[in-house]
Design a protein around this ligand. Structure first.
Ligand code: NDP
Length: 371
């Protein structure tokens, strides 16, 4: 009893003392804060380019995901990354030998950030090595490839996730919450503008073999995907028109500008623009029977800015890739369900729509979709 009384007296004394010693209070709070002790997803990044670097930097602030390995065709980059991110030699691979990751217990998932045309074969090899696949958008070049990836991951019993970072972005999620709560009424119309002026004509993004197309594969996909998560339905038809002014930069099969339209089962329509020839196009607008949401920028690295008929969206900005990787760790390790799917089936839907957009451009027909 005595010791209990002593303990209570000490507690009381420290509680009384706290308000008068604010610095002590802050330090104490810090000491009491428990470090995260739950499961951590150990990730290797494949393709150490611009986006891979962005993901690696963002993962420094993750709680549930950690960079533990690399796959690269450039030995000097491997050395740099080892020094910068503390990646041990035994977790470094190249494109010839990365199947050996199968026997590496320190890597749970590989995040593919290589040019689009390489995603399919790489993802299938990762799946066969028994590791989870996180793949950048577009998941593949077309729906046939995408389906092969989904099947391979299913057979190998590993998860396939696509880098749809906007599906975890706070302002975007607030608009989706409002729509689900009926605050916009019935969604009637979506406008998506996605584009930038592309530079260096020799880059892989302008090479049909590596990119699989042009602006649509790279940036137009944001309006394709955004139309679906903003309206909350999958389109049932698509029409599309292409404009090409620079036939030298944008060769056969590399689209410069495409306008496209969707119809949705609930009666809403969408009107979108995908381009490599106009700067700063990054805008979403949703109109419903009772209200609206507009976001500009809507899909850039942020901060995203937006407002609805009820006022400004004020959710704080957090580095998209940090949130994404923590959430993806939750999906893979704890079976967490995201508000908007980021799995292979979700990536496949966008590929089916993009296939239909290209078919509509080629034929001039209205293409029916069954997703
Ligand atoms: P980069 O060109 O900057 O990097 C790609 C990396 O892939 C290269 O650095 C290289 O790394 C590796 N690679 C392997 N084979 C080739 C090849 N034949 N040609 C060129 N590179 C090769 O591209 P990004 O990082 O900008 O894009 C990579 C992927 O990420 C794309 O699918 C893109 O759509 C996606 N992306 C997604 C974004 C998002 O916000 N979600 C934003 C930007 C891109 P190494 O030398 O290590 O082998």
């Amino acid at each position: 009893m005595n010791s209990r009384r002593d303990f209570l007296q000490k507690i009381a004394a420290s509680t009384i003392a706290l308000p008068f010693v604010p610095l002590y209070g802050a330090a104490r709070k810090e000491a009491v804060k428990q470090p995260y002790q739950g499961p951590v997803l150990r990730v290797a990044i494949m393709g150490l380019g611009g986006y891979g670097t962005r993901v690696a930097d963002a993962m420094r602030d993750c709680k549930m995901a950690k960079l533990t390995g690399v796959v690269s065709g450039t030995p000097s980059k491997i050395k740099d990354w080892q020094a910068k991110y503390g990646v041990p030699e035994k977790n470094c691979y190249n494109y010839e030998n990365f199947d050996a990751v199968k026997n590496n217990p320190d890597i749970d998932a590989i995040y593919i950030t290589t040019p689009n045309a390489l995603h399919k074969d790489e993802a299938i090899r990762v799946a066969k090595a028994g590791k989870h696949v996180i793949c950048e958008k577009p998941m593949a070049l077309n729906a046939v490839e995408g389906q092969a990836m989904v099947d391979a991951c299913k057979t190998a019993n590993v998860k396939l996730l696509v880098g749809y970072r906007m599906h975890f972005e706070a302002k975007t999620l607030e608009v989706i919450r409002m729509r689900n709560a009926g605050e916009f009424g019935k969604p009637l119309f979506f406008q998506g503008l996605s584009g930038f002026r592309i530079g260096d004509p020799t880059q892989w993004r302008l090479n049909k073999q590596l990119a699989g197309g042009g602006a649509m594969m790279d940036i137009g996909i944001y309006s394709v995907n955004g139309a679906r998560y903003m309206i909350g339905e999958d389109p049932i038809w698509v029409t599309a028109q292409e404009t090409k002014n620079d036939h030298v930069k944008f060769k056969e099969g590399v689209d410069e500008t495409i306008t496209f339209q969707f119809g949705f089962p609930g009666g809403a329509t969408a009107s979108c623009l995908s381009t490599y020839s106009m700067n700063g196009l990054d805008k979403f607008y949703l109109n419903g029977e009772k209200g609206f949401a507009e976001m500009q920028p809507s899909t850039g690295y942020g901060p995203i800015l937006g407002r609805t008929h009820k006022g400004e969206l004020t959710q704080p900005h957090v580095t998209h890739q940090t949130v994404q990787m923590d959430e993806m760790a939750g999906i893979i390790l704890q079976g967490k369900q995201p508000v908007v799917a980021v799995d292979g089936e979700e990536g496949l839907k966008d590929l089916k729509i993009i296939d239909a957009i290209y078919e509509a451009v080629k034929t001039g027909n209205k293409i029916a979709l069954q997703l």
